[in-house]
Design a protein. Structure first.
Length: 188
């Protein structure tokens, strides 16, 4: 939590834990209407969205949402010239609190939507991580959700090692094999 803002992660992964192909592009096998409906509703309630250069939630209200774009191209925090409600943020040059302060956000969560380096950056901070799995999708040679994933380390392992515990998964599109599991930080 940053101030009164919970930190929430959002991702859809393939059965092998990938969020994109080897070129960093989200393939069609990960696109799902039920997941998009869930994501858009969550983004509507978020105070700010945090993502890398190539990640973006899209949708009809995307341009109105406040956001931080994680980049090394600025020394600290700078207005994003391409998006009126966005700031560019370099975590090596400015704190998350300072970046959020620059946006003057209201109530709501800090929604982290990727990519891999951004998801890694927030691992110690997530209050909840909303993990959607497309059980029928496989992306050989793809980009993992977390950099610590490997042959013997799964997405679940990474989240568990960082103090998050899984709720029972729920079908959001049973016909497509798409399920949502919330990983929540245990109360201290």
């Amino acid at each position: 939590m940053i101030g009164s803002h919970p930190i929430e992660g959002y991702a859809i992964v393939s059965a092998d834990g990938m969020i994109a192909d080897g070129q960093g592009v989200m393939p069609a096998c990960l696109r799902n209407d039920a997941d998009q409906h869930f994501l858009q509703a969550e983004m509507d309630r978020a105070a700010v969205i945090v993502h890398g250069r190539r990640s973006h939630e899209g949708g009809p209200r995307a341009a109105k949402r406040k956001r931080l774009v994680v980049t090394r191209r600025v020394p600290g925090i700078a207005a994003d010239p391409s998006q009126p409600n966005a700031f560019l943020w370099n975590p090596a040059g400015a704190s998350l609190e300072a970046a959020i302060g620059a946006l003057a956000i209201g109530a709501g969560s800090v929604a982290v939507i990727g990519g891999t380096e951004v998801f890694d950056l927030f691992l110690p901070l997530y209050d909840v991580f909303h993990l959607t799995r497309a059980a029928r999708a496989r992306i050989p040679g793809g980009q993992p959700l977390f950099s610590a994933e490997g042959a013997s380390v799964t997405v679940d392992d990474v989240l568990l090692r960082h103090g998050l515990r899984a709720s029972p998964p729920r079908d959001i599109d049973a016909a497509a094999g798409v399920m949502l599991t919330n990983f929540e930080r245990a109360a201290p």
